[in-house]
Design a protein around this ligand. Structure first.
Ligand code: UT7
Length: 317
């Protein structure tokens, strides 16, 4: 597999930390020092279909391909605009593609899981060009009265078009199944037979527990994919981490003894956009010309499941 092009799209509405203080007992200072976040983008009128389709079109253009060239669309999302049809099917229609499409939900590491599935399709010869697109709206899942979670997240979409090549060097995935420390429950329907509690509580996260899982998991996964790729940590050009907390990125970086320049971040502008965060950052780096041809890029993400995923890719664009 090889990355042929990247794209991203964000909602227009910028929400500052100060705006959140108008309805939450929080402060710009707390949010900045604990997370690194200054602003996030939040959906107002946009749909996840529109954001995902825009990111996909940008990635196709960057790859020099059209929607007709796609053999498959894999869409990573925690929850699309609708529970069914799958968001990937709506993005397929919106970009005018004719290929099969499906959704994959692996929470924040969903983009890495989707890339891994794409690699299998390409390696087995069942597809030549695949669109991997993450489109996420955590603002729909959050309880906006819970200051410990809603300040952390944002909405957005990121995409990559992948084709045939030998750039996917290694990958590693871990799942420690459970919903005790991170979950976003389904809203209740109106079944007269339900015995589920009637109130909707929104996304719940035990931040410190997820923090520990994230730092340890990301370090373990990065070490594993670097070793499997047969390279040293110093030979990696960039580490593109899930943008959940600047302190997590810094903790991973310092324990791996790597310089700051190798751990780019944009969490200050967008917050945590779930599985869209890695492809949005990858697209920014690609478009800024920050990735050298031939360098190794390591992607690493973690989140609900609890799941982690990482891969090492040679950047040959
Ligand atoms: O993408 C999914 C993966 N998610 C993550 O990776 C998130 C991982 N966790 C984290 O990033 C951090 O744990 C948080 C940013 C969520 C929280 O930071 P923390 O340093 O672990 O803070 P804490 O949860 O231990 O809370 C410290 C204090 C508490 O007050 P007390 O009990 O010490 O008096 C909280 O009530 O901060 C309080 N607090 C807030 N204060 C002002 C929690 N949220 C806020 C807030 N504004 N928004």
């Amino acid at each position: 597999m090889r990355i042929l092009g990247t794209g991203s799209a964000l909602p227009k509405r910028v929400v500052t930390n100060d705006e959140l203080t108008q309805f939450l007992d929080t402060s710009d200072e707390w949010i900045k020092t604990r997370t690194g976040i200054s602003t996030r983008r939040v959906i107002t009128t946009e749909t996840l279909e529109e954001l995902g389709a825009q990111a996909a079109k940008n990635a196709l253009e960057n790859a020099g391909l059209s929607a007709n060239d796609l053999d498959l669309i894999i869409c990573s999302t925690v929850q699309g605009d609708q529970i069914t049809p799958a968001l990937g099917c709506l993005i397929q229609r919106a970009i005018g593609a004719k290929c099969p499409a499906f959704d994959l939900n692996a929470a924040c590491p969903g983009f890495e899981y989707a890339l891994d599935v794409a690699e299998s399709y390409i390696a087995s010869g069942r597809a030549r060009n695949i669109l991997v697109v993450s489109s996420e709206s955590v603002s729909y899942l959050c309880n906006w009265t819970d200051r410990s979670t809603c300040v952390l997240f944002g909405d957005g979409a990121g995409a990559a078009v992948v084709g045939q090549g030998g750039d996917y060097l290694s990958s590693h995935f871990v799942c420690e199944g459970g919903d005790e420390v991170l979950r976003a429950p389904m809203p209740n329907g109106n079944s007269p037979f339900t015995q589920r509690p009637v109130s909707w509580s929104g996304l719940y996260m035990n931040g410190p527990e997820v923090y520990k899982f994230a730092v340890a998991g990301s370090i373990r996964d990065i070490r594993t994919v670097v070793e499997q790729a047969g390279i040293t940590m110093d030979e990696v050009g960039h580490f593109v981490l899930h943008q959940a907390n600047l302190r997590i990125i810094e903790a991973v970086r310092t324990r791996l003894k790597q310089p700051k320049e190798k751990f780019p971040h944009n969490i200050e502008h967008y917050g945590n956009t779930s599985s869209a965060s890695v492809p949005i950052l990858l697209d920014e780096l690609n478009r800024a010309g920050a990735l050298q041809k031939g360098e190794i890029v390591v992607l690493s993400a973690f989140g609900a499941g609890l799941c982690t995923g990482a891969c090492a890719i040679r950047w040959s664009k």
